[in-house]
Design a binder for this molecule. Structure first.
Ligand code: FNR
Length: 368
């Protein structure tokens, strides 16, 4: 019988992944001045040892102000490269591929790590290492009443940030990463330009669909120019804001239809895969949570945008469930988040449960 699709290799450009399971990017709030640490080596390394095909490092700031918290990972200076290189080497030695999610937090920047919110509050001010006066967004509109007031980016600043993404891509290449994922989801900067909820600009970066997608499309172009032809480029989208037209938001939020049109433009800009998440633009969002609740967005984009690969993510917690998503042609890859924090052996156990030989690291073979 053929291998379950989850464990079939997947070739994207010059990269062949040994299976279709990715570690979804997850912030670990464990850096100082953006530097990766031994924590990241162990954390990322464990997934490479435990059967995941692609391990994607967390949202990584392309500038210090682009971090979510003072403890987020960064890639805005050459000095960041060395530790990342060590992590990538370890991932490769364990026959997994390494990805990094490049990010700018926009108006959601300068907050505190989740476990500090209770004692320090949600906002990081100067005394806790934050940068309240350098928080930026498409428009001067805060996310909610606990977030900092962003200042509206000038055209020069927009170009500067696009350059930051390009320079970050260059460093990611020097560090040896196989995949870059741009974080254009969850209400961070790239998504803020897409969504009419956060983007009220009246220049060429706001208003019409063409204008709202311009910042992302140009950023993709500048990253693609630095990122070799043979390496895959992914984009994570919030396919919908989950905000229907209502009194507070008469026009509603960013929609699935817009994501499909955007994905087809991203395809022609050299994006290989859309990682289909949702939400994050507005506290008014209403998310119908259920197992695999975002899979249908990966399916829609995959069906409607010729040649675009998709990743499914969100409450995929079971081997059979994950494999079905792939077998049914609803997505090309499955991204796993929280289940891996509970069970780092998910991929090895999934292989066993689907009757596939699970390649343990030699050191662990007696545990099989
Ligand atoms: C996340 N998520 C996330 N998403 C992202 O695009 N960049 C990030 O850095 C993070 N950080 C992060 C940290 C932690 C601790 C969690 C739990 C989640 C979202 C994550 O990648 C994933 O999309 C969601 O968790 C939904 O998938 P699961 O967890 O249901 O498999």
């Amino acid at each position: 019988s053929p291998l379950p699709r989850m464990f079939q290799p997947l070739t994207i450009r010059g990269l062949t992944l040994k299976n279709r399971l990715a570690v979804s990017p997850m912030c670990m709030y464990s850096s100082t001045d953006g530097f990766a640490t031994d924590f990241h080596l162990v954390h990322i390394g464990q997934f490479a040892m435990r059967g995941l095909g692609l391990v994607i490092m967390e949202a990584t700031g392309v500038s210090p102000e682009g971090r979510i918290t003072p403890n987020c990972l960064g890639i805005w200076q050459d000095a960041h490269i060395e530790k990342l290189q060590q992590i990538v080497r370890f991932v490769h030695a364990n026959k997994a591929a390494a990805g990094i999610q490049l990010a700018h937090a926009g108006r959601k920047a300068s907050t505190t790590a989740p476990w500090l919110m209770k004692t320090q509050g949600a906002r990081a001010d100067e005394t806790s290492g934050g940068w309240p006066h350098q928080v930026v967004g498409p428009s001067a509109l805060p996310f909610d009443d606990r977030a900092w007031m962003p200042h509206e980016l000038s055209l020069d600043e927009i170009r500067r940030i696009q350059g930051d993404f390009a320079r970050a891509a260059k460093r990611a290449l020097l560090a040896g990463f196989d995949v870059i994922e741009l974080h254009a989801a969850h209400g961070y900067l790239l998504h803020e330009f897409l969504s009419p909820i956060s983007n009220k600009r009246t220049d060429e970066y706001g208003g019409s669909f063409d204008n709202r997608v311009r910042f992302l499309v140009e950023t993709v172009r500048s990253v693609r120019a630095e990122w070799p032809e043979d390496r895959p480029l992914f984009v994570r989208l919030s396919v919908t804001d989950w905000v229907a037209p209502c009194d507070a938001v008469p026009g509603g939020g960013w929609t699935e239809e817009e994501s499909v049109e955007l994905a087809s433009r991203l395809k022609s800009e050299g994006v290989d895969l859309v990682d289909c998440s949702t939400s994050g633009s507005s506290p008014l969002q209403q998310i119908p949570l259920s197992p695999g609740y975002q899979v249908r967005f990966a399916e829609d984009i995959r069906r409607q945008v010729k040649g675009m690969l998709t990743g499914a993510v969100g409450l995929i917690t079971d081997a059979q469930q994950a494999n079905d998503v792939l077998e049914q042609g609803r997505a090309d890859m499955v991204f796993l988040g929280r289940v891996l924090l509970r069970d780092p052996n998910f991929a090895l156990n999934a292989a066993a449960s689907l009757g596939v030989f699970a390649q343990y690291p030699h050191q662990y073979e007696r545990g099989r």
